[in-house]
Design a protein around this ligand. Structure first.
Ligand SMILES: Nc1ncnc2c1ncn2[C@@H]1O[C@H](COP(=O)(O)OP(=O)(O)OP(=O)(O)O)[C@@H](O)[C@H]1O
Ligand SMILES: [Mg+2]
Length: 337
């Protein structure tokens, strides 16, 4: 398993490999415990996806790591630097795209980026060169000379992303970077993230799009109610949470009761077969969670012995969507008990 829980770095001598490390972060706003003991770690040169329902504490955690907010308790290191003790040094290493646009509306696209470059001590010429390069990457060259207030929502979002990359940061924090982008622009953005990582950057991103986390993240942290409830690779989460699902579609729908009975014989402990009734699924099939591929070896002879003809027989990993709902739902159930 590739997940590296926070706090093991010292033991294993891998601290330098962890570009973000947070331990026991707590933050309260009035009666809301936004962070309730968050441990996080991100390996250098990778993408960490932070997932969680609205209000889970994702933005709060990003703001702490990006030195914009002091936690009530806990410690955090970014690029090996203490976020609380040396925030200015941390700021030199990071780029941040917040959840809400932060560009200056009255300046043009190119002016916004050049201004940031100058604030980061680039020469006028270097700032201009970097701005032009980023505007091209983000497909904004044509709009470069228009004030940002004339941009569409997606264009502003892309300008915001470009702004976070001006300083070629070592660690990039992206809080919902593709919210409001159309699917093509979203994929362009994924390309930009991959290019940054290929050139040595590390990226921590929050997203509401689970397919985005699946496509980009090397590891995923799931946050709920201010706590980390899972940290693993996308496939690791899928295996851990849902196990696998075996689905069977009989040629004759009248045999569904037999299929359900046979699937129950190979069900993972504590689970049972059910009809596929999820929205969008074609009726006439049944599924069951299974613990291993051996379920298939047992099921096939059983179907044959009962003369059940099938038109579909498949073993699936759950989608990240299912994992997310299983994890965040499970926490709610535990709290109710
Ligand atoms: N400045 C603040 N003042 C008061 N409450 C806050 C503040 N910032 C965040 N909160 C509360 O803390 C909790 C966590 O908020 P946060 O913005 O971190 O969630 P999030 O996971 O980013 O959610 P979303 O998916 O909606 O962006 C929420 O209940 C929010 O209302
Ligand atoms: Mg947020």
């Amino acid at each position: 398993m590739r997940a590296v829980p926070a706090g093991t770095g010292n033991l294993l001598g891998m601290t330098e490999d962890l570009v973000v490390r947070a331990e026991g972060l707590r933050k309260r706003f009035g009666s809301t415990q936004a962070l309730d003991g968050v441990d996080l770690s991100m390996r250098r040169g990778t993408v960490l996806g932070v997932l969680g329902p609205n209000g889970a504490g994702k933005t709060t955690a990003v703001r702490v790591l990006a030195t914009l907010l002091r936690p009530d308790e806990g410690r955090a290191f970014v690029a090996g630097i203490d976020v609380l003790k040396n925030p200015r040094q941390v700021r030199r290493k990071i780029g941040l795209t917040g959840q809400y646009a932060s560009v200056d509306e009255d300046l043009t696209g190119v002016q916004n980026l050049v201004l940031i470059g100058r604030l980061l001590d680039l020469s006028g010429r270097d700032a201009r060169r970097r701005a032009d390069e980023l505007l091209e990457w983000f497909d904004l060259s044509e709009a470069a000379r228009r004030p940002a207030k004339t941009y569409s929502g997606g264009m502003r979002r892309r300008l915001d992303l470009a702004a976070s990359l001006v300083g070629q940061p070592e660690v990039i924090f992206l809080d919902e970077p593709t919210t409001g982008l159309d699917p093509a622009k979203r994929e362009d953005m994924w390309g930009v993230v991959r290019t940054q990582v290929a050139s040595g950057a590390s990226v921590l991103l929050t997203t509401q799009y689970l397919e985005e986390a699946d496509a980009l993240a090397d590891e995923i942290v799931v946050v709920n109610h201010g706590k980390v409830i899972a940290h693993d690779t996308p496939d690791g989460l899928k295996r851990k949470v849902g196990g696998q699902t075996l689905r069977v579609r009989p040629a004759d729908p009248a045999r569904l009761p037999d299929v359900l009975r046979l699937l129950d014989l190979v069900a993972a402990p504590g689970t049972a077969a059910s009809l596929d009734e999820a929205a969008g699924s074609r009726p006439g099939a049944a599924s069951v969670p299974v613990s291993s591929d051996e379920a298939l070896d047992k099921l096939i002879p059983a179907l044959r012995a009962d003369r059940v003809e099938v038109t579909e027989l498949a073993l699936h990993l759950p989608s990240l969507d299912e994992v997310f709902h299983a994890l965040t739902g499970r926490v709610r159930t535990e709290e109710l008990v």
